[in-house]
Design a protein around this ligand. Sequence first.
Ligand SMILES: *[C@@H]1O[C@H](CO)[C@@H](O)[C@H](O)[C@H]1NC(C)=O
Ligand SMILES: *[C@@H]1O[C@H](CO)[C@@H](O)[C@H](O)[C@H]1NC(C)=O
Ligand SMILES: *[C@@H]1O[C@H](CO)[C@@H](O)[C@H](O)[C@H]1NC(C)=O
Ligand SMILES: *[C@@H]1O[C@H](CO)[C@@H](O)[C@H](O)[C@H]1NC(C)=O
Ligand SMILES: *[C@@H]1O[C@H](CO)[C@@H](O)[C@H](O)[C@H]1NC(C)=O
Ligand SMILES: *[C@@H]1O[C@H](CO)[C@@H](O)[C@H](O)[C@H]1NC(C)=O
Length: 423
Amino acid sequence: MHLRTTAALTAAFISTTLFLLLLPIPTVNAHNITRILANFPEFSTFNHYLTITHLADEINNRQTITVCAVNNAGMSDLLHKHLSLSTIKNVLSLHVLLDYFGAKKLHQITNRTTLTATMFQATGTATGSSGLVNITDLKGGKVGLSTDDSVVTESSVFVKSVREIPYSISVIQISRMLPSAEAEAPTPEPADVNITSLMSAHGCKDFAEALLASKAMSSFADNINGGLSVFCVIDNAFRQFLLSPRYKNLTVGEKQSLLEYHGVPVYQSKAMLRSNNGATNTLATDGASKYDFIVQNDGQDVTVKTGVVTAKIVGTLIDQQPLVIFTIDKVLLPKELFKGAGSPAPAPAPEAHAPKADSPKASKNKSKNKEKHVDTPAPASSEAPADSPDDYSEDLEADSDGAVEIKGFRFAALVCMFNYLVV
Ligand SMILES: *[C@@H]1O[C@H](CO)[C@@H](O)[C@H](O)[C@H]1NC(C)=O
Ligand SMILES: *[C@@H]1O[C@H](CO)[C@@H](O)[C@H](O)[C@H]1NC(C)=O
Ligand SMILES: *[C@@H]1O[C@H](CO)[C@@H](O)[C@H](O)[C@H]1NC(C)=O
Ligand SMILES: *[C@@H]1O[C@H](CO)[C@@H](O)[C@H](O)[C@H]1NC(C)=O
Ligand SMILES: *[C@@H]1O[C@H](CO)[C@@H](O)[C@H](O)[C@H]1NC(C)=O
Ligand SMILES: *[C@@H]1O[C@H](CO)[C@@H](O)[C@H](O)[C@H]1NC(C)=O
């Protein structure tokens, strides 16, 4: 009896575990807005702007959404306003509703009216209710869409359904852009953003001060206009590191490289990182010195693996093309400075080092952003680095990375295993 109960419980536990493990997998792009709209030339301008603002990546990363597209004539009204690209992004993000509205649901709205959240509101740029869209079932079967801060007469109406993938994405055409003073307000130019005071004000004071005291600051400043992603370290983690002998032992030049290692000279939003896993060069990269790291998803999280440590993105201070600043929970320790230092020959897995030098992953020089998924072995395998999980398995100190690594590895191994079971 006991045995049977235990067995049942174990079975229940295993199936729950498998179910939980399965969850992250279906989130791999179920839809591709670029491809959907490519079939409709009348939305080519709208589609183009979704791509260059990188909203397409955000849309592809979400489930249960509605994209309200306007045709090329509607877009040219917007473009005549000569807004900056980041303002256009705000306006377009107001046209992405964070709920699924197919044609049928639009005509069956409870009490004939509803307010729905949008991607603009989700960015935090919007204040108050300005990121909300009011959908109202008007008389005569018409459905009107408007924003709170717009004049009612300017409301846009539902024209037709373009594509519906139930529970995933609905693309509808609306008669005109949704007017919103707030979304159209000019955004500060990224070059005018003082990145260090932004960091200081949001929990990365020590990192900001280290940057201000180093020549690395100019590498960051010089790259803002051309595209820059910064991974700044939260105060607790960075302060501890500053006090450690590992940091104190570095030369001035090495300290500069270490800081530059926290910047990537291209704009990569979190959604882009998530769909574009792989090796990435940094501001510290130059000819002989690789100073690259691996970006890899861990469920819904995005991690950065240096080969010495694995850090996780824990927040976003600004995401305004061409500048994005993330906060991370650990200092990124480049192999170039920390490999082997202080931890001679990690005992448990000596073979971990052998395949490293010539493993396929070592061909990191094709890191220049785009064709990254090419070298991941299996399709949709961003969760499971089956070929070299050991790549990043050891850590220098007991600053709790050990536990995280092991968990991450087990998780990956289980997912792999389960993939085999399913296939
Ligand atoms: C979406 O489709 C476009 C056009 O076919 C393609 O260039 C792009 O890589 C696709 N995006 C993803 C994430 O698959
Ligand atoms: C719809 O209207 C009725 C009556 O005014 C109200 O009781 C109900 O809460 C409303 N439902 C929603 C979802 O707003
Ligand atoms: C939406 O706007 C209409 C017209 O201004 C208004 O009557 C309605 O109450 C609004 N709906 C909601 C949910 O605020
Ligand atoms: C940014 O702010 C810091 C103070 O946090 C100041 O020292 C620095 O000079 C400012 N940088 C620019 C470019 O204005
Ligand atoms: C720092 O340098 C000292 C003196 O050179 C050395 O004894 C110590 O092992 C070094 N510590 C680390 C963590 O590299
Ligand atoms: C990448 O590596 C190959 C072979 O080692 C080499 O021929 C090629 O020039 C390298 N490319 C870059 C961009 O460093």
